[in-house]
Design a protein around this ligand. Sequence first.
Ligand SMILES: *Cc1c(COP(=O)(O)O)cnc(C)c1O
Length: 322
Amino acid sequence: MTQSHFNPFGFAAVPVLQPLQLELYRRAGVNVWMLRLDQVHPQVSGNKWYKLKYALQDLIARGEGRVLTFGGAYSNHVHALAFAGQALGIETIGVIRGEPAYAANPTLSDARAWGMRLEFVDRATYRNRQDPAFEQQLRSRLGSFGLIAEGGFGPLGLAGCREILAGVDGVADFDLICVAVGTGGTMAGLIAGRPASSRLLGFSALKGGDFLYADIAALLQLAGEDDPGGWGLQLDAHGGGYARTSPLLAAFMAAFQHQTGVALDPVYTGKMVLRFNQMVAQGEVVAGSRVLLIHTGGLQGLRGMQKTLYDQGSAYRGGLPL
Ligand SMILES: *Cc1c(COP(=O)(O)O)cnc(C)c1O
C-alpha cells in the first residue's frame, strides 16, 4: 500500500490535536489547540476528505463511473476529487472558472495527471453552475455523469463533516471552535455534529459573506438536521476578498509557521488564524477559554505562491499578533 492510497470507507480519519504555544495566548490566558485535518491524507487533504467521503460512496453504490464538479483554477476541492477519482476508478470532469492557460498551474497539472478532464468556462457561464439548463447542456455535450456541487456542498458533504469532531479527545471541553468558511458546507456539518457545550465561529474567506447564514440554514434543513444555535460567522476576516493576500497576512503566516511549526494556506486557514489572533490581542476571547482551531488543509494551493508571499511578507514592517 502506497502512502497516497485513498480509502475513506470503513474507517475514520484520526487527526492529531496539537497544542499551540504562543506568547500572545499565554499572556491572554487562552488555551489553544489545532486539529490537523491537513494531515489526514497527502492529497485528499483537510475538510475535503470528509466532504467527499459519502459523495464518493454514493457514486460507487449507484454504479456511477463518472463524476463532474465545479471549481476555481486553484480549487482544493477539484484537486482532491481528481486524486480520489483516480484512486477509486471513477472518471472525473472539472468545470473550471477561467482561461485554459490555467491548465498549466500546479493544481490543475496534478488534476490532469490524475486523469481529470478539464472544461474551462468564463465567469459569466460559471455563474450558471446551479442552473438545471446549464447542467442539461453539459450532459448533452459530455454524456452522463454524477454531480458533486462546487466545494462538495450538499447533504452528503455535511454527513462527512459531521464526523470531523467525532474522534477528538475531550471535544466537549472546548468553549470555542473555529473554522474557515467557503461554501459553508463544513460549518453546517460542524453545527450538526459538535457538542452542545461549545460555541462555533466560522471565518468567511469571501467578502460579502452574509449569504452564508441562509445557505447554511438551507443545507441543514435539506439534510434534516436541527439547528441548535450557538454559532456565528466572522464576516470581516477576508482581508480584502477571496484569495487576496497582503504583506500582513504573508508576514503573519511565515511567523506563525516559524513559531508553531504549522504551515497555513493564504486563502482560508491563514486568514482565520490571523483574525482569531487579532481577537485574542483585542481581549475578545475570555481568559481561561479553551479554543480549538480546525486546520482545514489547502496547502497544495501554496505552490506557485511562495515567492509572492515571501516578497510580500519581507516588505511588512508592522507588528504581528503572536
Ligand atoms: C474548501 C476549504 C474550506 C471551505 O470549506 P467549505 O465547506 O466550502 O466552507 C476551508 N478551508 C480549506 C483549506 C478549504 O480547502
